[in-house]
Design a protein around this ligand. Structure first.
Ligand code: KG4
Ligand code: ZN
Length: 344
């Protein structure tokens, strides 16, 4: 059974063809980061305009690469939230129009369910139940996944998502957008123990908080710039030296990763579940991946982390999640409306 997935929830236009919810036949992602990088974050109006330009060529390319036509599809699965409303509208309107005109069943998919089920696109997939940590630009949440469609929220961030903290810290350090990959790269050469940034462990809860950490980095950068008065040729006045930026990046990253791993570890122990999945854009992070795997070895639990291309936003995960909704006959109609806020 072939399902075409569509995701336009944020700043990537993506379409994918997936067979039986498991096998990726094609997966096209058209990134907009070039457009948004100079603003240090996503400009929603620019994002939706770009989606309008890209949706048709991206879907056509996904079908072409998969060597299929619309008539070969069992359904179209579209992400209807959470996300940027203008961006979501483009994918939803497109999917509704195609499904209506070609009489193809339409399935509405929650973006978070897509991330949660993305490890199933790998050959070695988890059995239920498992602990799922979703870490993205908009979310940082821990779930127990009992079965397809049966997820219990354990905790979530009380303020910034981990990816949001990466993006904001990147902006205040004078780097670009998205901040995650830039800080990840910069941190490679830095000393994670150079600066002791605060970690909000929020004991006895599964919740997270990253805004205090972000403020601590902001204050540190401000004080450092004043003290050193550094001037780097070719860079804005007051920008710190590359060595200092590397240490800040590595120390910030260590604080984020410590909290994410520690909370997951606690969930594994409390819930006595021997499988963990990690997904969402931040799970592309090198140190987070390494430390999560180490945690798995230490606790003797299985850790499932999709390849980087499936961690960040993609439509293959939407098609995979859509497959299970399809099997339960959960279809959407032309009255489907996208939702900026939607829980799992
Ligand atoms: O899942 P995603 O593509 O979109 C949302 O659903 O939000 O996640 C995007 C987020 C951005 O905040 C980006 O900075 C972060 O994932 N990210 C990373 C890395 N790659 C992407 N964060 C840390 N390290 C990375 N290597
Ligand atoms: Zn996402």
């Amino acid at each position: 059974m072939l399902i075409l997935g569509i995701d336009t929830s944020c700043d990537d236009t993506s379409a994918a063809v997936v067979e039986d919810g498991r096998k990726i036949v094609s997966n096209i992602v058209s990134s907009q980061s070039e457009i948004h990088t100079k603003y240090g974050g996503i400009v929603p109006e620019l994002a939706s305009r770009r989606h309008i330009e890209m949706i048709l060529p991206v879907v056509e390319e996904a079908l072409r690469l998969a060597a299929v036509t619309l008539s070969d599809l069992s359904a179209i699965a579209v992400c209807y939230g959470p996300g940027l409303i203008g961006s979501l509208l483009v994918g939803c309107s497109f999917a509704k129009a195609v499904c209506y005109s070609r009489d193809i069943p339409l399935v509405a998919v929650n973006h978070l369910e897509g991330h949660l089920l993305s490890p199933f696109l790998e050959e070695h997939a988890p059995d239920f139940p498992f602990i799922s940590l979703i870490v993205s630009g908009g979310h940082t949440s821990l779930y127990v996944a009992e079965d397809y469609g049966n997820y219990t929220l354990l905790g979530r961030t009380r303020d910034d998502a981990a990816g949001e903290a990466y993006d904001k810290v990147s902006k205040l350090m004078g780097l670009g957008y998205p901040g995650g990959p830039l800080i990840d790269r910069l941190a490679r050469e830095g000393n994670p123990g150079a600066i002791s940034f605060p970690r909000a462990y929020l004991p006895e809860t599964y919740d997270f908080s990253f805004s205090g950490l972000k403020t601590a980095v902001r204050n540190y950068v401000k004080t450092e710039v004043q003290h050193t008065g550094e001037r780097i040729p070719g860079m804005e006045p007051g920008v710190l030296s590359i060595e200092r930026l590397r240490d800040i990046a590595a120390s910030f990253q260590a604080a984020v990763v410590d909290v994410l791993v520690r909370k997951t570890k606690w969930a594994v122990k409390k819930k006595k579940i021997g499988r963990v999945t990690l997904s969402g854009g931040v799970s592309a992070n090198r140190v987070l991946r390494e430390n999560m795997k180490k945690m798995g070895e230490e606790l003797k639990v299985q850790v499932f982390i999709p390849p980087v291309s499936l961690c960040t936003d993609n439509a293959a995960m939407i098609a995979a999640a859509g497959f299970h909704r399809f099997l339960k006959n959960e279809f959407a109609g032309p009255d489907l409306n996208p939702k900026a806020y939607l829980s799992l």
